[in-house]
Design a protein around this ligand. Structure first.
Ligand code: SF4
Length: 345
């Protein structure tokens, strides 16, 4: 099975976005003023903000100051349904807004932009995935949260990186064979850990795929006392050098509780805001993406997460733009696999 377009970063779309953001900024006085306006509207209208660890630190900070939720995708999914607000603004990528909508269909779910997607989602179109599933009718279909609502509707289980290992282990113990999609690196990591019988879709994250084994080894030589934190969407040659492999929240918790003073981190740069805020006395280094095999995408920054800005967050809370709307039948089906994820103990 070939993945489609996994390395297709929509540069023209990013440029268009940047132009839109800068022309908007000229119309409004200053970023500080815009932030004050966001806070005022959110409080007056009881809007609940949910933001991912990879978004702009300024967005994470506003979300925290307004008692919103800054977290990984699993906590983001849970937070929307437990909030009493009728309007929720999700800063992140589109599947996160869709998940919030499926779990809280009665609420208005808004995003700073609907153009922010994910290479895993783009690389796993529902029609192709349906055919893939039909070729393996005896397998339990487990999909990563980074997929469209249509793909989730085809699945038995949805998982995030924080519970993927446990869910596959649980299914394997029940004697189930797994069809896994879309991230091949996360899938391989889980298969190595659990020894489960897994068939994989061939997808990858454009950000994590860029971390390089050789570069990381050189950095470890320079900092032999550092612990290495790696997200499992990274290639296995990078994962094998890790002291901790985990989801964003697991990496943050590890750094918070470790006695080490130095860390090298292989995941999106956005996570550094939380790492440094919680551990001002510790040192954090970015895992290298440059060197042999590096591409122009090598910057440890998700281009889609980067589409969330203070300006389009302001636009979203003020004008209620970019509301998530999904087909009822798709939502109903996707809810079954998502509920399994949320309720998994
Ligand atoms: S960092 Fe990778 S997995 Fe996460 S949203 Fe961006 S492209 Fe998708």
């Amino acid at each position: 099975m070939e993945s489609s377009n996994i390395n297709l970063v929509p540069i023209s779309l990013l440029k268009k976005h940047k132009q839109k953001i800068s022309s908007n900024s000229e119309k409004v006085f200053s970023e500080e003023l815009v932030i004050e306006k966001i806070k005022k509207i959110v409080k007056e209208e009881n809007i609940y903000l949910i933001s991912h660890y990879y978004t702009d630190p300024k967005i994470q900070k506003i979300t925290e100051e307004l008692n919103g939720c800054v977290s990984d995708s699993l906590q983001m999914a849970k937070a929307g349904s437990t909030s009493d607000s009728e309007t929720i603004v999700v800063s992140g990528v589109k599947f996160m807004g869709e998940t919030a909508k499926i779990l809280s269909p009665e609420k208005r779910i808004i995003m700073p932009t609907l153009e922010a997607t994910c290479s895993l989602d783009l690389g796993c179109p529902a029609d192709d995935f349906k055919k893939f599933c039909e070729s393996y009718p005896d397998r339990e279909i487990v999909v990563y949260a980074n997929t469209s609502a249509e793909v989730k509707a085809l699945a038995d289980w949805v998982v995030t990186s924080s519970i993927a290992l446990e869910v596959v282990d649980y299914l394997d113990a029940k004697g189930k064979k797994i069809l896994w999609a879309p991230d091949k690196h996360l899938g391989s990591y889980i298969r190595n850990q659990t020894k489960a019988d897994m068939i994989m879709w061939d997808g990858a994250c454009v950000v994590h795929e860029e971390f390089k084994h050789e570069g990381l080894k050189k950095l470890i030589k320079l900092h032999p006392d550092a612990e290495i934190l790696v997200h499992p969407e990274s290639p296995s040659s990078v994962v094998e050098l890790a002291d901790c492999v985990g989801s964003t929240s697991q990496l943050i918790n590890y750094a918070n509780s470790s006695i080490s003073k130095k860390f090298v981190v292989a995941t999106d740069k956005g996570i550094f805001y939380q790492l440094l805020k919680n551990n001002p006395e510790k040192e954090f280094y970015e895992a290298p993406t440059a060197g042999n095999g590096a591409t122009c995408n090598s910057c440890s920054m998700c281009p889609w997460m980067g589409m969330n800005s203070i300006m389009n967050l302001y636009d979203a809370v003020k004008n209620k733009t970019n509301e998530i709307s999904l087909d009822e039948a798709i939502m109903k089906k996707a809810r079954i696999s998502l509920d399994r994820m949320v309720n998994f103990k």
